[in-house]
Design a protein around this ligand. Structure first.
Ligand code: NAG
Ligand code: NAG
Length: 241
């Protein structure tokens, strides 16, 4: 599936256009934090390795893992989250792949985040648990344009707003659903927050990215993916039952 891919930031309204062909097994995107780096064989490195081992062990059974290793100034905090419909086996594969790949792409950065279709992995040298991440965010859209964008955009907002409400009140902070588009077509969507957000923050996070819709995915399938929440919608089913 070919998708266009761009990043944006809330603070500076610049759009960087990245073109890329995606396959399910390759990362969608990653961000390496540039503010602080560690050196090889440092205490931070060994704490990070231990954190990643813990997350690989913890995440598959619950679909979510969170933890911290070490003491200040070498303490590292991390979490991993699998998409709500992903089976434990695929979750395990994804988190393991994410750990290997982030190490290659951000080898000495104290903070990093990597996203796949099936999971995300994030770590940082400060406590970010329970906070909405408004900084790390990107959008992807399907290059296929629909025939009736006005109705389509309304239906998209309707479905995602409904799924945002639903996700924020379920324990997994995840919801998937569909909506009739007419002409026997359907719209399929999902919303999800990292499970360490409160219900209110999950709702705030999702409403925030839903407001990006006109900028990101006007008249097309798409997703906005952040460090704390994401949505995706398509005119074909993409979620496992
Ligand atoms: C950390 O490393 C990156 C390259 O990965 C570099 O761009 C950045 O300036 C470094 N930051 C510091 C604070 O040294
Ligand atoms: C997030 O994780 C931290 C650390 O485990 C915990 O203290 C906090 O209660 C969690 N918050 C939520 C909303 O799950």
């Amino acid at each position: 599936m070919a998708s266009r891919h761009f990043t944006f930031s809330f603070y500076v309204l610049t759009f960087a256009l990245l073109l890329q062909t995606l396959s399910a097994a390759s990362p969608l995107f990653q961000v390496c934090s540039r503010s602080e780096n560690f050196t090889a064989n440092s205490p931070y490195e060994s704490n990070l390795k231990k954190l990643l081992r813990n997350l690989n062990y913890q995440t598959p059974s619950l679909g979510f893992g969170l933890g911290s290793v070490g003491q200040h100034p070498y303490q590292t905090y991390g979490l991993a989250l699998c998409r709500g419909d992903v089976a434990a086996k695929d979750c395990k594969t994804c988190v393991s792949e994410a750990s290997n790949e982030i190490h290659k792409r951000c080898p000495y950065n104290k903070g990093a985040i990597i996203w796949y279709d099936n999971c995300l992995l994030k770590y940082l040298n400060r406590d970010f648990f329970g906070q909405i991440d408004n900084q790390n965010k990107f959008a992807l859209y399907n290059i296929r344009v629909v025939s009736n964008p006005t109705t389509f955009n309304q239906k998209t907002r309707e479905l995602l707003s409904l799924l945002a409400k639903k996700a924020s009140v379920t324990p997994k902070l995840y919801a998937a659903g569909e909506l009739e588009l007419g002409e026997s077509k359907k719209l399929y969507g999902l919303t999800q927050c990292t499970r360490n957000l409160s219900s209110i923050d999950c709702s705030t996070c999702l409403d925030g990215i839903i407001d990006e819709l006109p900028r990101c995915c006007d008249g097309k399938g798409g997703r906005v993916v952040g460090g704390s929440c994401n949505f995706r919608y398509e005119i074909y089913p993409f979620v496992s039952a």
